[in-house]
Design a protein around this ligand. Structure first.
Ligand code: ADP
Ligand code: MG
Length: 376
């Protein structure tokens, strides 16, 4: 298929921070951008040529997007996969509706990961109350996760006993869930692959991810793991993308266990928070890759220019009256780059921005990043 070149119009479903950074990348390359998002203050709208304000599944809005855009992508997996399939009838779409459908359902996702020959935590798929009447011992202590619509640790309950698991399932209203065995994690890492075709893919350097209350807090690159293990994570990400015949940017989250084995946690059919370091520290960033894959261009080179640490800025960092943090020290630091998403209300747990710090080593970058965060 012929590549889509500037100044073609590109569409994106969803106008949050990921859509915003996609729009910046696309606009920088000379494309035009249309965002579909119901929120008039959608972060991506500030950088878009056009903002269609409508629900994500609004048929007229989707038709308009398909007719006016040379290609359409998404910034989140909770769009209706059928909407993506519908768009694909008349315009170029990546990732495919089928891949989005897999990534938005933990049951389909885990069975796909296993089918691709890669390990997950032991899990039980619970589609109805009968499914949870079996022996739960292999999954306990565990985490009950809703199959759909979970993010940043939401929709998850930690359970120790079978009685607790059954009560938690009932509490979630009987919606489809997975019960997953709680693993003893040494580390968490992620690998983000950009795939255009079987012959053309590129994987970013592996990030080590530290979470706070189920939300990504810091990403450290290079991850502090053996190079062979990082290479294995990259291979696994590529293998998954191949198994899905994936076109676009695919993020793969892994657990590193005590014996240095890798388990796939989950996948995201889009750029990922743990890839924001690429905005500062890679030859091509993950949003440029999203544009490139969407337009049928080859993936850009993913070389790491410098060790880097990304720190997420949640609403908690803002003053209680909503006042801005003290940006002065961070803004003066020559090796730090601040990215704010232009969100109006700073609620606790809400992702408001991030900053990247580059230094000679990852440990040095981490130390400086933490010191800078303390000045906010
Ligand atoms: P989300 O979609 O909210 O990111 P995840 O499944 O990635 O959900 O879970 C969020 C975090 O919870 C993980 O990054 C990890 O720290 C922890 N976690 C999830 N599943 C397990 C598990 N099976 N064992 C240990 N920790 C887990
Ligand atoms: Mg996760």
């Amino acid at each position: 298929m012929a590549a889509i070149l500037p100044p073609a119009m590109l569409g994106i479903l969803g106008g949050g921070q990921l859509g915003r950074m996609f729009a910046v990348a696309a606009k920088t390359m000379g494309y035009r951008v249309t965002v579909l998002d119901p929120d008039e203050n959608a972060p991506a709208a500030a950088f878009a040529d056009r903002h269609i304000r409508a629900p994500y599944n609004d048929p007229a809005a989707l038709r308009e997007l398909a007719q006016s855009c040379a290609a359409v992508t998404t910034e989140f997996e909770n769009v209706n996969a059928d909407a993506m399939r519908e768009l694909a009838k008349t315009t170029r779409v990546s990732p495919s509706g089928d891949c989005v459908a897999i990534a938005q359902d933990r049951i389909a996702e885990k069975s796909w990961i296993n089918k691709a020959g890669l390990p997950t935590a032991p899990y039980l798929a619970i589609e109805s109350v009968e499914d949870i009447q079996v022996d739960l011992a292999p999954y306990l202590p565990g985490i009950l996760k809703t199959a759909r619509l979970g993010y940043d640790g939401k929709g998850q309950v930690r359970v120790k006993t079978a009685a607790e698991a059954r009560a938690a399932y009932a509490n979630l209203g009987g919606q489809a869930c997975v019960l997953e065995k709680m693993l003893d994690l040494k580390l968490e890492v992620s690998a983000i692959v950009t795939r255009v075709s079987a012959a053309q893919s590129a994987v970013f350097p592996v990030a080590e991810n530290l979470h706070q209350d189920g939300i990504l807090d810091e990403s450290i690159v290079p991850a502090r793991i053996a190079p062979a293990l990082a290479a294995q994570a990259q291979d696994m990400a590529r293998k998954l993308a191949d198994a899905l015949d994936y076109v676009g940017v695919l993020a793969v989250e892994f657990f590193v266990l005590a014996d240095d084995s890798l388990v796939v946690n989950e996948i995201a059919p889009r750029p990922h928070n743990s890839g924001h370091y690429t905005l500062t520290a890679c030859l091509t960033d993950q949003f440029q890759q999203q544009v490139r894959a969407l337009c049928g261009l080859l993936p850009g080179k993913t070389d790491l220019l410098s060790p880097v640490v990304m720190v997420n800025l949640l609403g908690d960092v803002w003053k209680e009256d909503g006042g801005e943090p003290n940006w002065d020290v961070l803004m003066e630091a020559p090796n730090a780059q601040l990215h704010l998403y232009g969100k109006k209300a700073a609620r606790p747990g809400r992702k408001m921005g991030h900053f990247n710090v580059m230094a000679a080593t990852a440990d040095e970058a981490l130390e400086q990043a933490r010191a800078l965060k303390d000045t906010l």
